[in-house]
Design a protein around this ligand. Sequence first.
Ligand code: PHE
Length: 449
Amino acid sequence: MSTANAAASVQWSSRLGFILASAGSAIGLGAIWKFPFWAGANGGGAFILPYVVFTLTTGLVLLMAEFAIGRRGRGSAVSAMRRIGGRPFALLGAFAVLTSFLILAYYSVVGGWCVAYLAQSLTTGVVTENAQTLRSDFREIVSTGRINIAWLFSFLSLTAITVGCGIEKGIERASKLLMPMFFVMMLAVIIRGLTLDGAMEGVKYLLSFKPEDLSPGAILSAMGYTFFSLSLGAGILITYGTYLPKRADIPLSSLWVALLSIQASLLAGLMVMPAVFAFGVAPDAGPGLVFITLPMIFAHIPGGCIFAAIFYVCLLVAALTSSVSLLEVVVAFLHNEWRLSRSTATIASFVLLFFLGSLSALSFGELNEFTLFGRNFFDFFDFVCTNFMMPVGGLAVAALMAWKAWPAMKEELTAAKPIPPGILSAIRVVLGVLAPILVLTTMYQGLFL
Ligand code: PHE
């Protein structure tokens, strides 16, 4: 049996499993720690409106194109791109695999912090009113190499075990269990936050809409966030698409993934901001928000320890379902191109990632002084992947499916249900013209402004 056929025999067992796994990849740390702050800082509604519009237009067609490449080409991101677009696109597929690998090398360091905080919230507790203690506790985890590396190891192990168990028994089963749990737990924290005095200020900060705030900066940030939050351009949805059965409805499934991702971002905003405002703390983004500000806030809330633990479960689930998708891209590549067995491929990736991840983990402590283009390892990987590598991947997908292989794209889109020609033309224009213009502009902003 050829490798393509071998790969084709592995499939998602249900549409729900596929949608939840893809949504799980999309919904990650981005939604929880970038969205609430970015939305607030860019005028609330003036960020949310373009974000929703981009997700349902450019984001949606790019999702469809990635799934279509995967199902049409089979194998891995590399062989799928090669089969549809020839050698140059195979190289772009390899670039996407490298992107996923590099993202994982810093994403899993943060995943390690999530495990650390969950473990602590279930044992000694993380909540305290003392901001100084919280800051020094966080600094200790982050800047002590062996502690940071130990947590990285635990997070990477969870990721590798899930991927090692395969598509149906590993990724699909984990997503079906974790994603619904994620939404229910999020709702519990949201309800608690919204019932605090002063919570409505946070809702207003997030949702207020002033047309004058619709600046080019807010619009470009919304595009950048759309791209990152849908996990586009890193070969992930291509790889997940390779396990799609022929009869699956790609447009409908893509719409589901986009809507779930929007919903998760909005819910994450509602989970974080009302509580932040109820206690009059300055909203923050990134690690400072989830590892310092929020534990301080939970300390003021009755039952705060329990809600803190629930919150860190959500954070870990979000990070894990995204890291699993990143690792799957690499494992599928090694399995299909280098013919390693799935378990050997998983172990080999784990070892390499542990090494590279350790460099990122040490970049807040022992390797602090070591910089590439003025950035430590962690920030360098983050900067290059989000501002350069993912956009290049997105451009490759758009060019391939809108221009080089449009007939194949049309067939994939209409495999389950016919689509009116007008809508197909609109999809082609958004994919082949609008998406590249927006991606290039955002890339320029990220790299040079
Ligand atoms: N979408 C994920 C998040 O929001 C991040 C991610 C990007 C995951 C690219 C995989 C690939 O956190």
